[in-house]
Design a protein around this ligand. Structure first.
Ligand code: SAM
Ligand code: SF4
Length: 328
């Protein structure tokens, strides 16, 4: 059981995209009113007085889309400057990144994951939704800007959907040949858009590895880190290809993370809310942070058992929240 030292922080539940796999079709999602978001000050206080004393040192900012959160650069700077921060990363759709990459870097961010589900602008636009001008060029410009500024490792996340973008797997893997980029293929989960999932299903990572192996070869074993990806390399490539295989290969027993929602709920698992804690209400009602820390410590102690139960039951059941609401 790894040490639980990683907190995924959702800064906002809104998004400027409406990806097919993340949001239900025609979704009329009820977004949180802005006053329900943890403020910058509350977040800093929770990190310093609750999470860091309990050993949390690795943080990822996510959403919804974190770059639509007003004051995101200041939030990044606050967290990067805390002495207890070992690692700070951000996951984004990159639509707003071109104009923000340098500011984020200057604020202390060094690691970034970008969702890029297709290299074909028509398919990309179909996946991310919206009308009018293609969004692909602006996303690609965001990726280029992050590369230029020096973010490393630059990770690109691809959710593979049968019949939608699975035919692009080799083209996406080819991005790693002469760039130090890490392309990670994610098995589509039945979270967010159950009807699409029922229609398309998902592709087992082993099938993708086989396609890549047949085209170029692939390093023998996966390098297994603390995270959920199994990482391989095409021989001679500068970057790597990773596979996040939560459908075919449950990794709950390796899970070292907790999730903080934009409105301050601490949850032990993407799909399991057992023991969740409303930290924002606690703070706003004046509950001392030493008491909140005690509650979080209890949840930490319960986490191995939650991981075990998730492993037993599997992670594939449908779930009432979307990734953008949970902080995927
Ligand atoms: N908006 C940002 C983005 O798209 O990168 C950050 C939030 S998004 C919810 C985080 C990750 O969840 C993305 O990599 C996205 O592809 C993934 N995701 C969302 N819905 C998913 C699903 N149903 N199955 C697998 N991955 C999903
Ligand atoms: Fe938005 Fe990210 Fe969900 Fe796409 S995957 S709708 S970009 S939160």
């Amino acid at each position: 059981m790894p040490a639980i030292d990683y907190l995924r922080i959702s800064l906002v539940d809104r998004c400027n995209f409406q990806c097919q796999y993340c949001m239900p079709e025609g979704a009329d999602l009820q977004y949180l009113p802005q006053g329900e978001w943890l403020t910058r000050t509350e977040l800093g206080q929770l990190l310093q007085e609750v999470f860091m004393p309990l050993g949390f040192a690795n943080f990822r900012l996510t959403g919804g889309e974190p770059l639509v959160r007003p004051g995101i650069v200041d939030i990044v700077r606050d967290i990067a400057e805390l002495p207890g921060t070992r690692d700070l990363a951000l996951t984004t759709n990159a639509f707003l990144l071109a104009g923000m990459a340098q500011d984020l870097w200057d604020a202390g961010l060094r690691r970034i994951n970008i969702s890029l589900d297709s290299l074909d602008p028509v398919i990309f636009d179909r996946i991310v939704g919206g009308r009018g001008r293609s969004r692909w060029p602006q996303v690609w410009a965001g990726i280029q800007a992050a590369h230029r500024v020096g973010f490393s490792p630059l990770k690109l996340n691809v959710v593979v959907i049968p019949g939608v973008n699975d035919h692009e797997v080799l083209d996406l893997a080819a991005l790693t040949l002469d760039r130090q980029w890490h392309v990670r293929f994610i098995e589509f989960m039945p979270i967010g858009n159950d009807s699409l999932f029922a229609e398309t299903g998902w592709v087992d990572s082993e099938i993708l590895r086989d396609r890549i192996r047949q085209r170029w070869g692939l390093s023998e074993g996966a390098v297994r880190g603390n995270g959920p990806a199994d990482v391989f390399q095409i021989p001679g490539a500068k970057g790597t290809v990773g596979f996040i295989s939560q459908m075919s290969e449950c990794f709950c027993d390796r899970c070292n993370r907790m999730r903080l929602s934009a409105d301050g709920w601490l949850r032990p698992c993407l799909l399991n809310e057992t023991g969740q804690i409303d930290l924002k209400t606690g703070l706003r009602q004046g509950v001392p942070t030493r008491e909140l820390k005690r509650q979080v410590a209890d949840l930490l102690a319960a986490k191995p058992d939650i991981n075990y139960k998730m492993r037993q039951s599997g992670t594939t059941g449908a779930y009432g929240r979307t990734m953008s609401q949970i902080g995927g």
